[in-house]
Write a protein that binds this ligand. Structure first.
Ligand code: GLN
Length: 605
């Protein structure tokens, strides 16, 4: 066993395995058959991993733990208003089977005591050709992620002896909390309590509640997300009967216990815990279950009111357009303009879950930047989820910034696309890649700063190409005479990976893209070059095979410089060779400098 978590649970199990406190319930005769030594502990994570130790696969009846989940079903069937009009959500401070109803209305204090649970059961509907009992079993199965069954012996045993619950049922009928005679509701309730589960099921049911209502293993929704907090709310205040206050103080996890010996506890958003041990304390809660939960909460720091890992700002990295540029090679002049004015483009990479707490620092930072910049790009690739408040705040920020002349852009939205669109962010402001977003902002910024588009129109004269800018007129004439031009169609490869590098190209018109093959076999763009730029010079210089593909993105014309010709300049025209090598060195060092700036921006955090 390598996992220290598994090791911890085993030690915890040993700690209480020989405890003799508590007494197995016998008021339902069938329950007294339980072995007092049965003891299991399970922790299920939000992504469906289950740690288990002891008798975690031993079936037992769910009993009162069903009350919490079935309360969610009633909310779904009848709506919150209806349910609240019949059953309160106030802790009663009394035993689970107390005959306690609010004075006057006769409504039970909460759905976790028997009176409230029977009233809740009475609100359930039979529908889609299924009886209430069948629906309850299906519903509980959804939480467990497997098909559960009723233990008939326990059901019959409880039905034969459940006179007290029958009395409660008739009282509820008397006060009009139940609309019909209670017999059928009581049998449904007894069956609901007799559904067989394991300790492992309890942990997964808890993890389902922790995971906003979706079972983390089956990925199926067990309860609408909107009702999860209602269910957890009554668990937190009333789940442990007249020990609920004590429990919240000591353990601090919404939980529900049952007389079968089970306890289900939830750390909202994080984990589900199941403990099973039949001997009960005076309140009817599992003795070992309580001990284990107190220890786990303290030792693993899970008390929900003492959040040790407070959520931090969603900003993972922030940089500006002077530090990181789009993956295309810009003319020297454009590059210089961007390094001076790059701060007009601000980029924030966001990560994790977006909530009020994590988005608030983002908003604060963005509003401060908006005073000095023109574009804010949010890279949301690493955002795992976003609640509606955070999206509303972002959408509202976007409108406010637009009014100030600052454009807000989202890129790599993935799963967030529809939510962003739903909040009124137009597709115009959502880009599939960071590169596309940066290019748009760079082009707009350059246009604004220089007053015209930097993109060359038509074919370039040799003298205007960067490689030849320091050549004499005589050199240019020489080059025109000696070198050939080659044309490529849109999509045609100019250079292929692994080719021998015996030519270098100067692009005279059109655009070419440098691409590498990614691990997933897709082609990733690493550079885009326009007219006036040199391509293929790296392998040309060091003689290694081509490291990337170069493809024409439109009809392209290139000037071809063969290696043999270049070498022949040593003898024939050394001054030209020096000029060309100088220019190539400058270009390569400028690119290295750019890469260093980008790397240091990425290392900032
Ligand atoms: N079926 C049991 C009863 O009504 C449930 C009680 C419990 O688990 N606390 O008595």
């Amino acid at each position: 066993m390598l996992s220290p978590i598994q090791e911890y649970l085993q030690q915890l199990h040993v700690r209480y395995a020989s405890a003799t406190n508590g007494k197995v319930a016998d008021y339902i005769p069938e329950l007294s058959k339980a072995d007092p030594n049965w003891f299991g502990i399970c922790i299920a994570t939000r992504d469906g991993h289950v740690y288990e130790v002891g008798d975690t696969r031993q079936p037992f009846t769910i009993q009162s733990i069903s009350k919490a989940l079935v309360y969610g079903m009633a909310l779904e069937d009848r709506g919150e208003e209806h349910v609240l009009s019949r059953i309160g959500v106030e802790p009663s401070g009394e035993a689970f089977n107390a005959i306690s109803l609010k004075e006057g209305t006769g409504s039970p204090f909460n759905p976790m005591i028997n009176a409230g649970a029977i009233a809740t059961c009475g609100q359930l509907l039979s529908k889609d050709g299924k009886s209430r009992v069948e629906r309850v079993v299906d519903y509980l199965s959804g939480f467990a992620g497997r098909e559960l069954k009723i233990n008939n012996d326990v059901y019959e045993s409880e039905s034969e002896t459940g006179h007290r619950n029958r009395a409660i049922g008739w009282l509820l009928r008397n006060f009009g909390i139940l609309d019909e005679d209670p017999d059928e509701t009581l049998e449904t309730y007894f069956k609901q309590c007799s559904v067989e589960v394991t300790c492992r099921d309890l942990a997964l049911m808890g993890a389902t509640l922790a995971n906003q209502g979706v079972n983390p293993v089956t990925q199926k929704r067990a309860i609408p997300a909107d009702y999860v907090d209602n269910v957890l709310g009554v668990m937190a205040t009333c789940g442990m009967y007249d020990w609920s206050g004590e429990w919240l103080y000591r353990v601090g996890l919404p939980a529900k216990s049952g007389v079968g010996g089970g306890i289900l506890a939830v750390l909202p958003g994080q984990v589900g815990i199941g403990v099973f041990s039949p001997p009960l304390d005076a309140q009817g809660n599992s003795y070992r279950g309580i001990q284990v939960c107190m220890d786990v909460s303290r030792e693993l720091a899970l008390h929900m009111l003492n959040p040790t890992a407070t959520p931090r700002s969603a900003v993972r990295l922030a940089y500006h357009g002077g530090e990181i540029v789009s993956r295309r090679r810009l003319p020297v002049q454009a590059r210089e303009l961007l390094s001076v004015n790059g701060a007009m483009i601000q980029v924030m990479e966001l990560q994790g879950g977006l909530t009020f707490t994590t988005i608030e620092p983002v908003i604060r930072q963005a509003t401060a930047l908006a005073e000095v910049c023109r574009y804010i790009i949010f890279d949301v690739r690493a955002v795992v989820n976003a609640n509606s408040v955070s999206l509303e705040l972002l959408a509202s920020l976007s409108t406010r910034l637009a009014a100030r002349g600052v454009r807000m852009i989202f890129c790599q939205p993935r799963g967030l696309l529809y939510s962003l669109r739903g909040m009124g962010i137009t597709s115009h402001d959502i880009f599939p890649t960071m590169d596309a977003a940066l290019e748009t902002c760079e082009d707009a910024l350059l246009l604004e700063v220089t007053g015209f588009s930097w993109r060359p129109l038509g074919a370039m004269k040799l003298k205007s190409c960067s490689l030849f800018r320091n050549c004499t007129n005589d050199d240019i004439t020489f080059l025109e005479q000696e070198l050939q031009r080659r044309r490529y169609d849109n999509g045609q490869p100019i250079i292929r990976t692994a080719d021998k590098a015996d030519e270098m190209f100067v692009v005279l018109s059109g655009t070419v893209e440098v691409q590498v093959l990614a691990e997933d076999q897709s082609r990733k763009r690493v550079d885009v070059l326009t007219a006036g730029m040199t391509v293929g010079e790296m392998a040309f210089l060091d003689g290694s095979p081509r490291s990337a593909d170069v493809v024409a993105m439109e009809p392209v014309e290139c000037l071809v410089l063969p290696k043999a010709w270049f070498d022949s300049l040593n003898e024939r025209r050394p001054s030209l060779k020096i000029t060309l090598l100088q220019e190539m060195t400058l270009e390569i060092s400028a690119r290295l400098r750019q890469a260093n700036v980008a790397i240091s921006a990425f290392h900032r955090f």
